[in-house]
Ligand binder design. Structure first.
Ligand code: E4P
Length: 220
């Protein structure tokens, strides 16, 4: 399973990419705003740090506007993926862009019906937003299960990119369901390394190692 970082914070990306475990990046206009950077220069820098797919979202509502923006972004780096919204116009743009060899990620997917249309349009990635569904008392992971099942049934090539991840449990559930990718905020990425018993065990082994050294010294 691939893990992407869901952020436009260039320094955070640099630090976490050093683990060698970051397979790609997703950004959106909100994340770019939070990073406080000029959009294009931030994307160029991010694409140099992470060689995997970097999703970049433009603005616009018509297929023509979305295609124009995506073509511009795709010139910034070879690993740019055009993020388009889950609308009929967005899926029109997907068909045009994929034919041109520009990979697309359809964002703001909240139903299995939408996900089916995304795959039929030939998008490279489909992004169900699990956290935002949980926020309104719906079941985000149940949607992921439906999409994984539908895509497997027909051999669709579109990859399921679990988005709007709020905690490590979302990532574990996504992995159990066989989703291709989870895109996670930096704090969730860091939490995936952690367990209190690991920390406790390390402390204990460290202490015992020192005690063993001391007792060897005592014997000399
Ligand atoms: C993914 O591509 C989106 O940018 C992101 O996961 C949205 O998450 P949010 O619901 O936390 O804003």
């Amino acid at each position: 399973m691939k893990i992407f970082l869901d952020t436009a914070d260039v320094e955070k990306i640099r630090a976490l990419a050093a683990t060698g475990l970051v397979d790609g990046i997703t950004t959106n206009p909100t994340l770019i705003m939070k990073a406080g950077r000029e959009h294009k220069s931030a994307i160029v820098e991010i694409c140099k740090i992470v060689k995997g797919p970097v999703s970049v979202e433009g603005i616009g509502t018509t297929a023509d506007e979305l295609v124009k923006d995506a073509r511009e972004f795709s010139k910034l780096a070879p690993n740019v993926v055009a993020k388009v919204p889950m609308t009929a116009e967005g899926l029109k743009a997907v068909r045009i862009l994929e034919k041109e060899g520009i990979h697309t990620n359809v964002t703001l997917v909240f139903s299995a019906g939408q996900a089916l249309m995304v795959a039929k349009a030939g998008a490279s990635y489909c992004s169900p937003f699990v956290g935002r569904l949980d926020d309104i008392s719906e079941d985000g992971m149940a949607l992921v299960a439906e999409i994984v099942q539908i895509y497997a049934q027909y051999g669709f090539k579109t990859q399921v990119l679990v988005a709007s991840v709020r905690h490590p449990e979302h990532v574990i559930e996504a992995a159990k369901l066989g989703a291709h990718i989870a895109t996670v905020p930096p704090d969730v990425f860091e939490k995936l390394f952690k367990h209190p018993l690991t920390d406790k065990g390390i402390r204990q082994f460290d202490e015992d190692y020192r005690k063993a050294l001391e007792s060897l010294k005592g014997r000399k």
